[in-house]
Design a protein around this ligand. Structure first.
Ligand code: ADP
Ligand code: MG
Length: 567
């Protein structure tokens, strides 16, 4: 047997192992997720490289992960047929802090310590290979890279400052390619070496690994076996009826055997039948895929066929969804789109011009709106209130940026009104409450519900019991002006000079104009350029006068906003 070479760990690794073991103590089962994720990475690397070097796959094309437990001795073997490691890679990868997972973890650990520390949160981060030492006091990695003709064994122990590497000589352990990792469990952790436990952990933690994960399971089937009859009894039979064939007795026994059993669902979630996927699955998928900690608010899973075929899952909530498939203002929706109709290598420019992309975009946007509409129809009004509070601004931006979807966006908007100062209402609710003779949807833009409700413009309308929307979000007014109308009812700014409440009395107006014409001229002269004109109005009931905006000018609110922007 060739001698084992001994190596010292990088100092950081030593410290890191300590940190891992101490900070993750309560959640040590994450070790399995980490090791499976490494196996899956190794398979991914192989699959990727084999595209240009098909020879890498010789010696067996199956790409899978197998987990075998030895209950009596407290050992778990995790075997993958991935890319494996050369001797040098063993030194580089398992003797130093890997750039990604482990390095990230130590930074996170530090940040989280600075922030008061939350072990549970840490448990959700990648801690890498060394998490094996959460449960094992000895780890043996036997690995064969297609780049090397030799298979090497790495051995390390918990709390040790060095590890060894030697050539694999045990013929039973030789593998054509990949890695066989054996965990010799600590005394208190031997309970992990049970097939059912492993199966359950795989289901919990490694749902979205795209390679099959098999566990070595004991199985049984029942079978009927013939047993010899009681000789005394058969003799008796023979005596009675000599011609009859002696009766045979059967007995049901359980035959036990061991076999590999698939533990995960390898089909990507979006390829599965939506009927077979539950909310929990979507939530997990969302969190895993997008590195999120909170569940999404809603999700949508659909397939479209026909012109362009694709399947998609949209899940909700904040952050960027960059790309041509989805408009910017819906950036709080995240998703996966899978289609064979999309070319693999495309530039952004091509993507922008592609007809396929345009069709997809259209459908995706429609689905996103269906999903939002679904939330808005929830029995619990608070669901949508919460949504609107967070993403209402995005929808309003959509009114400005996406004329094509006005019909979908408008029903989702919510506003306070003169008749609903505490609860926001929808435009449909407004329409229901309209007076039969009412010409349009009245609104006043202001900086708060309170100042809106105190404006003199409201007087006449309140007197006539007409509802007025309060646009109190700075973006509201521009959004409404872009919509122009809702279900054929025009939006009417009650602060504009041409507001017609349908109660014009021409005779009387003429009379009054004659009477006060000179007064108006006098006021205009005094104010000069400060006002465009001074007119007699029928808009007021208790205030003596009001400043209104010109028909074509900005509203007072807009002017205020624009001033605020230019200062
Ligand atoms: P990370 O996976 O974030 O890189 P790990 O600590 O989990 O960090 O793993 C360190 C490195 O060890 C990996 O990047 C990989 O190169 C190597 N490695 C670990 N497990 C395997 C495996 N089963 N097959 C091949 N390489 C592996
Ligand atoms: Mg890893």
């Amino acid at each position: 047997e060739p001698p084992a070479e001994r190596f010292e760990y990088q100092a950081e690794v030593n410290r890191l192992m300590d940190l891992i073991v101490n900070s993750l103590y309560s959640n040590k089962e994450v070790f399995l997720r980490e090791l499976i994720s490494n196996a899956s990475d190794a398979l991914d690397k192989l699959r990727f490289l084999s595209v240009t070097e098909p020879d890498l796959l010789k010696g067996g094309g199956d790409l899978d992960i197998r987990i075998q437990t030895d209950k009596d001795n407290g050992i778990i073997h995790i075997i993958d047929s991935g890319i494996g490691m050369t001797r040098q890679e063993l030194v580089d990868c398992l003797g130093t802090i890997a750039q990604s997972g482990t390095a990230k973890f130590s930074k996170l650990l530090k940040d989280s310590k600075d922030a008061g520390g939350d072990n549970n949160l840490i448990g959700q981060f990648g801690v890498g290979f060394y998490s094996a030492f959460l449960v094992a006091d000895r780890v043996v990695v036997s690995t064969k890279s297609p780049k090397s003709d030799k298979q090497y064994v790495w051995q390390g122990e918990a709390n040790a400052s060095s590890y060894t590497i030697q050539e694999e000589t045990d013929p039973e352990k030789l593998i054509p390619r990949g890695t066989r990792l054996s965990l010799y469990l600590k005394r208190d952790d031997k309970g992990f070496a049970v097939p059912e436990r492993i199966q359950k952990l795989v289901k919990n933690y490694s749902q979205f690994v795209s390679f099959p994960i098999y566990t070595w399971q004991e199985k049984g089937y029942t079978k009927e076996v013939e047993v010899d009859e009681d000789p005394a009894e058969s003799k008796k039979d023979e005596e009675n009826e000599k011609t009859e064939v002696p009766k045979k007795k059967t007995k049901t026994v359980v035959e036990k055997y061991w076999d590999w059993e698939l533990a995960n669902e390898t089909q990507p979630i979006w390829l599965r039948n939506p009927k077979e996927v539950n909310t929990e699955d979507y939530n997990e998928f969302y969190k895993k895929t997008f590195n999120e900690y909170l569940d999404p608010l809603a999700s949508s899973h659909f397939t479209t066929e026909g012109e362009v075929e694709f399947r998609s899952i949209l899940v909700f909530i904040s952050d960027d969804f960059d790309g041509e498939l989805f408009p910017r203002y819906l950036s709080f929706v995240k998703g996966v789109v899978d289609s064979n109709d999309l070319p693999l290598n495309v530039s952004r420019e091509i993507l922008q011009e592609s007809r396929i992309v345009r069709i997809m975009r259209k459908r995706l946007v429609r689905k996103a709106f269906d999903m939002i509409l679904g939330i808005s129809m929830s029995e619990d009004r608070a669901d949508y209130d919460k949504f609107f509070e967070n993403f209402g601004k995005h929808l309003k931006l959509g009114c400005i940026e996406d004329r094509e979807n006005h019909k979908r966006i408008a029903p989702l908007l919510r506003f306070f009104s003169s008749q609903s100062e505490d609860v926001m209402i929808s435009l449909d609710e407004y329409l229901e409450n309209m007076k039969p003779e009412q010409k349009g949807i009245y609104y006043i833009a202001s900086d708060s519900v309170e100042s809106a409700s105190n404006t003199p413009f409201l007087e006449k309308l309140l007197e006539k019991d007409l509802e007025v929307l309060y646009l109190v979000d700075p973006i509201d007014e521009v959004a409404i002006q872009n919509l122009e109308s809702y279900k054929e009812k025009k939006f009417l700014d009650i602060s504009k000079e041409d507001l017609d409440l349908g109660d014009k009395n021409e005779e009387k107006e003429k009379e009054i104009k004659q009477e006060y014409g000179q007064t108006c001229d006098w006021i205009k002269k005094r104010l000069g350029d400060k006002v465009a004109s001074v007119q007699i109005s029928n808009r007021l009931s208790s205030s003596p006068c009001v400043l209104v905006s010109g028909k074509f000018g900005w509203s007072a609110n807009m002017e205020r906003l624009m001033k605020a922007q230019t200062v």
